[in-house]
Ligand binder design. Sequence first.
Ligand code: NAP
Ligand code: HSE
Length: 428
Amino acid sequence: MSGALRIGIAGIGTVGAGALAILRDHAAMIEARAGQRLEVVAVSMRDPNKPRSVDLSGLKLVPHPEALADEPLDVVVELMGGHEGAAHQLVTRALTRGKHVVSANKALIAHHGMALAALAETHDRVLAFEAAVAGGIPIIAAIRSGLAANRLTRVAGILNGTCNYILSKMLEADADFAEVLAEAGKLGYLEADPALDIDGIDAGHKVSILAALAFGTVPDFAGVKLGGIREVTLRDMHYARDFGYRIKLLGIAERRDEALLQRVEPCLVPVSSPLASVDGAYNAVEVEGDAVGRVVFEGRGAGAGPTGSAVVADLIAIARGDRYPPFTLPTGQLARARALDAAAREGCYYLRLSLKDEPGVLAEFTREFAAQHISVKSIVQREIAEDGSAQVVVVTHHTNEAAMQRVVKSIAALPCTTRTPVLLRIHA
Ligand code: NAP
Ligand code: HSE
């Protein structure tokens, strides 16, 4: 076996400590698989006096993370987070100084992935980020290798464990969003800025990375239409369940010809779908390919062990000599796909209406569906809400977004409508 692969880690928080523990606990097995000893020689963190869950004695403590790029290392592992500042500077400098880089930082890759991939290419180094998407699920390796024979058409999934925990818990405990959000905070699930989770930004970062890998396109985070879970109500969760669906926050990237539709939003998924039964802080990703059909991956999307597992897998691949472009294709071959407008979406819809409970109302609003040539699959009047309005749920057959938006607009303007209609897309 050749000499050790010398590693420096910036950030010894949840993921850094997890990766370090795996490297130590499985040192002999990892060496056998990598064909080389993986040796962490230097670390950097913000506060060296903070108590850590892993022993750092014997490791060189580098006060400023960027300085790791100047150390005699083969690989720099960036586990600090944030898409600007220290993380961006370290990764840029490390690649420029000829180090391979491993990162779990989805924000950094979503915002700067293309420039960093070009830098890695120029310096003939690896930039690997398996841990950035879906934690312990090896979805990037699967797209790059296992599914490489396919023209992929859609990647979709539960990409934010915190939101999945909140939505699952709301239904299970019959609790509202604010209550479960507070609980998620106490459990340490929320990002330092909770908006990253609950407004769909974190899932959007992951969607843009998956889309680039799956479709051979330039990562386009700005092209992701973001939606979150703040407005998801228990009422809609109950109605959806009665219709045979569950509500999940999904990240979806679809290729239509050479254009791309990327979005994050709460969707109804049929209970028969594998995604419907993925509960708690778990992630799941569906990939659709022309040869393989639909493949579904499920597992823990966060935490020291799962995310550390993905970081160490990248390190083993580097030690073995695996060399591949960060986004599967060389940067010069990545296409700049046209971003499809959200109105290009097609599928079935769930619409909840709040209406006056009066004769003739049913005829009044169903006319609007007929006017847009939308076929209704089912209509149920559920109950009278606290404000005295009748709650009517409509599930449509296959239609298109533009027609559906016209219906929502015209129903919202009817005199019988008491509140803004709630529209959710059905993922099939
Ligand atoms: P964390 O627990 O907050 O740890 C961050 C670490 O980075 C800490 O050790 C911190 O130092 C250090 N750090 C932060 N800013 C620094 C700076 N300017 N200079 C030096 N050190 C700095 O974060 P984490 O949860 O491990 O996440 C790390 C990365 O992995 C992030 O990009 C995150 O998005 C990604 N990720 C996390 C998970 C997860 O389950 N947690 C899953 C997937 C991906 P101190 O300890 O001294 O404060
Ligand atoms: N905040 C993220 C989540 C962490 O809840 O999924 C893992 O990327």
